[in-house]
Design a protein around this ligand. Structure first.
Ligand SMILES: Cc1cc2nc3c(=O)[nH]c(=O)nc-3n(C[C@H](O)[C@H](O)[C@H](O)COP(=O)(O)OP(=O)(O)OC[C@H]3O[C@@H](n4cnc5c(N)ncnc54)[C@H](O)[C@@H]3O)c2cc1C
Length: 332
């Protein structure tokens, strides 16, 4: 591994002064970044450890706090801590389920909210520096397009890249209409979670819309009425410690036997958490039946494209949507 400098700023301002410069990378839990450095996928000159930043807006970036309209997760809150937090369990069990479906207890004890959002794809061609990959080295081609693409995207891919975003947590946060709080030298800005990650288009090297000189400081999840009827279903090769082939975050608000509101997002199928807006609309005002769920799932699959190795997802994805909705509605 290339030698690098390591700094530990004590304030947000000091961190923002260094990040964004060429060769500088932020490190939080290190569970993704260090792997990428060991494999030579990235080779920073300087690591900026953000674990020792002081208070930002009077609170630690590790805190989970109530706001007037929801719950705020600091970007350094650990995945394990968020998943076990009482307020999260009570108000957003979907998020707790998604987090617990990810990685392993040891990894969740190191991984942070911000790091989880920023983790890179698990595409084998991205990790193998002897292979072409437009995400790692723009202009070199996409090995997965005609190669081994079992884990890859069926929605929103481009000629440049068919990689998927690997996070479970982000699928739940996309469904829950979270907002990302971002700090930069010019101040703080907010971005809807569904607009944080990008589709690959002509620039698969960019995973999201965070500028190089910005930091994620937190996530806000608005209050909702989904706690009673939500479910995260992850289909993977092993029962634990494996990334999703397909996952579904399903949340329903059911009143007098009718779906008043629905939220659906999928993981393992696109370069970003894939929100199923049309299926949500189709479910609104309907009864929570298996037939209606299957119809919504069929609608959700419009525009899906298989690339050979991943074509099994064209059947797996709608089946997973239907099953997740059945669980959320208490039908199984
Ligand atoms: C074997 C293995 C299995 C895994 N399985 C799963 C799984 O099933 N599901 C799943 O969801 N995840 C899984 N993961 C991924 C794991 O969840 C991520 O590695 C972790 O969430 C990254 O968080 P971190 O704090 O360690 O990030 P780091 O490794 O420290 O950083 C990752 C990236 O985020 C950037 N970054 C970190 N914090 C900020 C911030 N506040 N603002 C801006 N940029 C920031 C860093 O610069 C870096 O580019 C797995 C990982 C491993 C190693």
């Amino acid at each position: 591994m290339k030698q690098f400098q390591y700094v530990r700023p004590a304030t947000l301002k000091a961190a923002l002064d260094v990040i964004g410069k060429p060769g500088v990378k932020v490190i939080a839990g290190g569970t993704n970044l260090i792997d990428l450095m060991k494999r030579g996928v990235t080779a920073p000159d300087k690591l900026v450890d953000i674990n020792h930043l002081g208070l930002v807006d009077h609170q630690s970036l590790k805190d989970i706090t109530e706001t007037k309209t929801g719950l705020y997760l600091g970007s350094l809150a650990l995945n394990s801590v968020v998943s076990e937090n009482n307020m999260v369990a009570k108000r957003h069990p979907l998020l707790a389920m998604a987090l617990k479906a990810g990685a392993s207890p040891q990894l969740r004890n190191m991984a942070t909210v911000g790091g989880n959002m920023m983790q890179r794809t698990r595409c084998g061609y991205f990790y193998d520096t002897t292979m072409p990959c437009n995400k790692r080295v723009p202009g070199t081609g996409c090995g997965a397009m005609e190669g081994i693409n079992r884990m890859h995207a069926i929605f929103g891919a481009s000629q440049q890249c068919i990689a998927v975003h690997p996070s479970d947590m982000c699928v739940a946060l996309a469904a829950l209409d979270a907002t990302v709080h971002i700090a930069g030298k010019k101040g703080e800005r907010k971005l809807p979670f569904t607009q944080f990650h990008r589709l690959p288009g002509e620039h698969p090297d960019l995973d999201n819309n965070l500028a190089k000189d910005e930091l994620i400081v937190g996530i806000e999840i608005p209050d909702n009425n989904f706690a009673q009827n939500s479910y995260y279903l992850k289909i993977r090769d092993r029962q634990s410690y494996a990334f999703a082939l397909v996952s579904v975050a399903a949340a329903l608000e059911i009143e007098n036997g009718i779906i008043k509101n629905a939220r659906l997002a999928m993981g393992g199928v696109a370069h970003k958490p894939w929100r199923l807006f049309d299926a949500e609309k189709a479910l609104t005002g309907k009864q929570p039946t298996e037939e209606n769920f299957a119809q919504a799932a069929t609608l959700a699959m419009q525009g899906a494209i298989g690339h050979g190795g991943n074509s099994f997802k064209l059947k797996l994805a709608p089946a997973t949507i239907t099953e997740a909705l059945k669980h959320a509605a208490g039908l199984v």
